[in-house]
Ligand binder design. Sequence first.
Ligand code: ATP
Length: 750
Amino acid sequence: MNIKRAGILTSGGDASGMNAAVRAIVRTALDCGLEVYGIHEGYAGLIEGGDRIRPLGWNSVGGIMHRGGTIIGTARSEAFKTREGRLAAARNILHTGIDSLIVVGGDGSLFGADLLRREWAGLLEDLVAAGSITRERASSHPRLLVVGLFGSIDNDAFGTDMTIGADTALHRITEAIDAIGSTASSHRRTFIVEVMGRHCGYLALMGALATGADWVLVPEHPPESETWEADMIAALKAGREAGRRDAIVVVAEGATDSRGQRITSERLRGVLEAGLNESVRITVLGHVQRGGSPSAFDRNLGTIMGHAAVETLLSGGADQESQVIGMQGNRVARIPLAESVLKSREINELLEAHQYSRALELRGKSFTISLNTLKTLLRALPHPPRRGQRRLRLAVLNAGAPAPGMNAAVRAAVRIAIDQGHVVFGVRRGFQGLAEDDMQEMAWMSVNGWAPLGGSELGTNRVVPNGPDLYSVAKTLEKRGIEGILVIGGWEGYMGAYRLFEERVNFPAFDIPIVCLPATIDNNLPGTELSIGADTALNNIVTVVDKIKQSAVAERRCYIVEVMGRRCGYLALMSGLATGAERVYLHEEGVTLKSMKEDLDMLIGGFREGKRLGLIIRNENANPTYSTSFMSSLFEEESGGAFAVRESILGHLQQGGDPSPFDRIQATRLARRCVGYLIEQAAGERPVGAFIGMEAGHTQFHPLEDMPRMMDVPNRRPKQQWWLGLRTINNALARSGPTSLGDEDDGTDV
Ligand code: ATP
């Protein structure tokens, strides 16, 4: 169907990242020649019509990405659930000439939009019969197209790995539990933290996994045993005896016992106070979880999905039935809306019918695995080794630059291995420490409290073993009887592991399984789309760039911000996408005088038309000659006074700070798989080394021998970089657009 005018609305509970979706939808649509109408206050605004439905222009969605909530407002509308309400909505849609609707909201909101599409012909018949519209009018508008985006903090939707807002909510929860943890630990207190999730335990489970909480209760997995209360008390007491200073119980608001009785925070408090004989504090996180500036991930998720929603409309993808846009394994996915809503709701219905095991199964394998991993990690003490079992001696080390999340990976690896009866040595200072036999046997409690810590507690360095070092490493491995090595690190870690693998013909001590877990903010490793630490670095960059942008509100100024990444442009492109940078310079694309001239002209034009702020993000090695300072001087000199230029080199703040929830969770998941791999390989005849990664939504291992084939060694990056495909979105959305119908401000903002 040839569409001309799209309507966009946000509905249900607000979620951080909705603004990024609104911006992307509006700008993509305008870029493709469509008109866009913003329907304010969700379905309530659609029913009300009038001023609630008005055009949105390119500049009216400028400078909104860093804001939580939704600039076009959201609401819950009982009236829309009635046919009268939908008749009024249809009349207003006809009145404004909207032929396609993009809705961002939860399953209720998306269901409502699909209902409107399905009823469309009947609604028009009723309007004609009532004399509200003419038959000609009705026949000129035979169909309404619908595309939905899941915006909901609960992450409870079928068809997408993440819903818009869930990652930000997890940020808020993690920050809160980290903060509560420090006070709880100071006073040796017990806290209950209640998080949102009436039917979905995602936030509670992932929040607990990311922070090292001591107990968790989620709707999909009610405590099975009749004695769960006594079991919980016993576990918390044992934790205290083992040396834990705090105890944190995370409970989802919809948690129940196996009979379906709610386990409220108050009920829990009663149980805990009686059992522990101490007073217990409750913190209900409530609406804090919805609020605040969206995480880098949610901004990019909203942007990518919003862009895809318009493309789906234009390509005819929603002509036959309503569609939902999802992200699966970093790729856009399109699924029929009705099926997606039905499956999303199925779990709620199962929970209401107390069919918990089926509900848990539908949540997916990774949910169950995370739950089981958490159960291991929160134990007060490990299971004792089984009688007669082979107890492997494993070494774990960090190598390369520090990356946030390394400690969470070490913690998980140590505990998971010890719990299975194995012995783990923590090596200090990477391969250097391995050469110098600088290691110690790790105990269960030696990694207590490591999940939230940035940096590397073991210590890391960039030494790649060579020459005599190789001999020393071999000697250490023999002396300690090491039977498997986990290298958690970046480029040097991978090179070091490969060196040992290559040299195993000369040193039999290296003929053991060696597995690499990707941890570097640069995200430049083979065999994985994301490495641990990159998400934290991205959030660090985005937070600072937001501040830089705010500092320039009153002046005509262009910022050139330099970010890390060595020769890998991941951080530059993704931070550019998340902050609305007009131009991103990458080593992968290079920088030419011609491209700088074009950008300069674009900036001069924009500033002359009233723009106040320009933003360029460049990778630190985008071009060695055209450095950040060179570019700044050039642009300032050539701007002809149209704008001033300031450079900002972000430096090491990008590497530091508390790891993001995603980095902690992913570190934990990968470490579990790596330990499993080492154990399995060590038992085999001919052990194989490997590097783990996430590709297209799957976690997989590649044999070490494939490493050189997959690397662009001179440029220190993988040969395949999936994210380069996102450049077109950034180019389409961030440039200065035409001032158009609906622009409410003077068009000054990125
Ligand atoms: P959240 O996940 O934040 O709860 P949601 O979209 O599921 O978001 P709901 O309150 O279920 O939130 O729905 C939001 C709005 O969508 C409702 O107020 C109503 O206007 C519309 N809606 C929901 N269910 C229906 C339905 N069955 N028929 C028509 N409209 C509906």
